[in-house]
Design a protein around this ligand. Sequence first.
Ligand code: UTP
Length: 314
Amino acid sequence: MLGVRKAVFPVAGIDTSFLPATKASPKEMLPVIDKPLIQYAVEEAIGAGITELIFVTGRGKRVIEDHFDKSYEVEQVLKARGKQDLVGLVQSIKPSHVECIYVRQAEPLGLGHAVLCAEKLIGDEPFAVVLADDLLDGTPPILAQMVHIFSHYDSSVLAVEEFESCESTSHGVIDGRHWDERVISVSRIVEKPSPELAPSRFGVAGRYVLMPSIFGHLRSLKPDLNGEIQLTSAIHLMRMEEQVLAYEFVGKRYDCGTKLGYVQATVDFALRHAELHETFDAWLRERLGGAQPAVWTTGEALNQPATPVTGLAH
Ligand code: UTP
């Protein structure tokens, strides 16, 4: 069985949720503290053993290519100023064993269409799809957990989390039955159902490990009423021919495609950031009149070596 070496990052959406911030710069470049969302997503993929990063880009997304490219000018300036630590920081954005490839989606015709744009670059092997506006935080990285499940069951795997019933309109929602504590055999998947029509409370988060057979299903789809080809619809068709699993990941999801999720991620990450956590924690408590919710007591700084979860080697 082939391992998962390639990941597709669809970043060609029109980003209406963060206008005007995203009028001229992509949503995926919004920073949480000091790192853009796309870099968190890329680090998660590299942590899962991915070595080929395929970005599906569109108009106005060139800055993502620049971010993962070498920047001689910045490095020269930092070297001249003796800031060797920052030189190391910018050089580490793309480790040398990792390759970045860019393909254009000429028009934003939906997530499914964006994934289809990567078909030739993927070929006939399993691959990951990573939506950078879902910031997933966990140890091991969520995608590494999924690759482990994929290798074990040799089936496509969707990341899911249990949500409050009122949230279901913003997710794809699965139906199925539990096989294992965290593994669900999917019987159907519905794109953004209204809460009363949701078949369960398991919503799909923006991580997928897919068999290449998904491409045939994507190609067979006609655009929906919005003129888009949905990945969810192709997964639903795939489910009729082969097993598809959902995996309740160990970790936390921040929906950084919404303003609330983005602010929540910023606050939580600031409370764990090596440079910031003490001063920010003190400021936040003072700001809220001494209140001390449990989450603020988490002191573990980001950028510390991760402790593996038993049984999930990668
Ligand atoms: P969204 O549904 O979040 O759409 O796409 P969007 O246009 O980016 O964002 P909003 O809601 O208008 O702010 C989910 C993911 O799929 C990508 C987006 O870039 C995002 O990462 N996408 C979506 C594409 O690459 N192409 C598309 O045609 C649509």
